[in-house]
Structure formats: C-alpha cells, structure tokens
Design a protein around this ligand. Sequence first.
Ligand code: COA
Length: 166
Amino acid sequence: MSRRARTRTPRDSAVEARYIVMPQHANDLGIAFGGTIMSWIDMVAAMVAQRHCGRKVVTVSIDRLSFLAPCHIGDHVLLRSSANYVGRTSMEVGVQVLKECPYTGERVRATTAYLTFVALDRREKPTPIPPIHPETPDELRRFENARLRVAARKELLRRLTRGVSS
Ligand SMILES: CC(C)(COP(=O)(O)OP(=O)(O)OC[C@H]1O[C@@H](n2cnc3c(N)ncnc32)[C@H](O)[C@@H]1OP(=O)(O)O)[C@@H](O)C(=O)NCCC(=O)NCCS
C-alpha cells in the first residue's frame, strides 16, 4: 500500500538524525551558527513531512526559535522529529534538538522547533494531507499543543494581513 493511502501515526514517519559540529559549521567562538542548525532542522522536518504525506512538500513557516545552549565544535547534535498535527493541506512537524557530549553521552536541550509544511500535487498546488492518529500519551499531548499553535498562527496571520493587499 502506498504511503498516501495509509493511515499514519507520528511514529510511522518520525526521523532521528545526528550531526557532528565541524569547523565549517562554526563561528569564531567555535559555536555552531544558528543558520546551520536551522538548515538541519528544516531538512529533518521535511523528511518527516514527506514520509507522512507521500508527496512533495514545502516549508511554509518556521516558528520563532530560541537557542538555549551553544553547540561547540566536536559536539554531537541529535535531532528528533515527528509529525505533531495535520490540518487540510498543511501539517506541523516538531523537532527536538539536543547537544550530546560524544564521550560522556550527556545531553542538553539546544532548541525546539515547530515547522509548517504544505503538501503539493502534480501542479504544485496545495493538496490534502492524510490524517494523523496520535496514540501514545506524548503523541496526544503534542497533537493537542500543536492544535492550539495552529489556531494561534491562523489568528495572528489573519490580524497581520487584515487590509493588506499583495
Ligand atoms: C506554501 C504555498 C504553496 C501555500 O500557498 P497558499 O496559496 O498560501 O495556500 P493556502 O492559502 O491554500 O494555504 C495552504 C495551507 O498552508 C497554511 N498556511 C499558509 N500560510 C501559512 C503560514 N504563513 N504559516 C502557517 N501556515 C500557513 C494554510 O493555513 C493552509 O493550511 P490548511 O489547508 O491545513 O488549512 C505557497 O505559499 C508557497 O509556495 N510558498 C513558498 C514555499 C517555499 O518556497 N518554501 C521554501 C522552500 S521548501
């Protein structure tokens, strides 16, 4: 059965990736650039969205990001990502970013990101996304929290674009 036809839980499309911070990723303090971490986040989350939808997807928004702990050259950066919520043609994907000491295994939360993707049909127009079925207590909590964020984003967008013509 194709990915598009199947009902999917967040676990079905989850992605975990690990990078090591190299000198080319870092600034003159030896700390990974925020933009480097953001590009890892975007790629990992896009894979989750592709796996959930079985279609091409584009990133339409990334919520505000706060960098909570510096990732130094040599640190491992662990990204854990799963689908939180599905609307009609858009879905929210969450990414938890941890920095890990390669020698002790100690982990510290570096940031958490929420991205919205839109699925596209063959004409590259928004197209419906298969529903998501959260099962575990964590999946259900993420689904409920994402539902609130989606409503808040829509309201903010509505207010900010009221009376604005392109
Ligand atoms: C994404 C894109 C196709 C959406 O087109 P659009 O005409 O705005 O489509 P719609 O108004 O029908 O919105 C589609 C969905 O996106 C959501 N959406 C649109 N703008 C959004 C935003 N700024 N933030 C969050 N969600 C948004 C809508 O709520 C809708 O969701 P729903 O169907 O689940 O209710 C278009 O904006 C685009 O091509 N953007 C560029 C994407 C890109 O280049 N990304 C970087 C490279 S991947």
